[in-house]
Design a protein around this ligand. Structure first.
Ligand code: FES
Length: 102
């Protein structure tokens, strides 16, 4: 298992910003501008703690590039606990993920 827990102080920053400040390597090809979808995460618990989809997320969802349970870490902010995993196509090749087979 390679699970990480991040403590955040509120919705003033995106989840990507909190992830980066925690020193966790996370794909973000467009630099957090909502232009690529590489920062996507699959929300396992706490979807109700995330704000509504941003315009970029709505666009990518309509285009089929985001699943119903996926959000862009650079676009969403949380007001409570969220449990998420990195989908296979957004995983960095040099990291081991908790959903990897042992
Ligand atoms: S980093 Fe590109 S969409 Fe989030």
């Amino acid at each position: 298992m390679n699970q990480k827990e991040i403590m955040f102080a509120g919705p003033d920053k995106t989840l990507l910003r909190y992830i980066q400040e925690a020193g966790i390597d996370w794909m973000h090809a467009c630099g957090g501008k909502g232009r690529c979808t590489t920062c996507k995460m699959r929300v396992l618990e706490g979807a109700g703690h995330l704000g509504p989809r941003s315009a970029a997320e709505v666009k990518y969802f309509a285009a089929g590039k985001l699943r119903k349970d996926e959000r862009l870490a650079c676009q969403c902010r949380a007001v409570g606990d969220v449990v998420a995993e990195v989908p296979l196509d957004s995983q960095l090749p040099h990291l081991k993920y908790s959903q990897d087979k042992e």
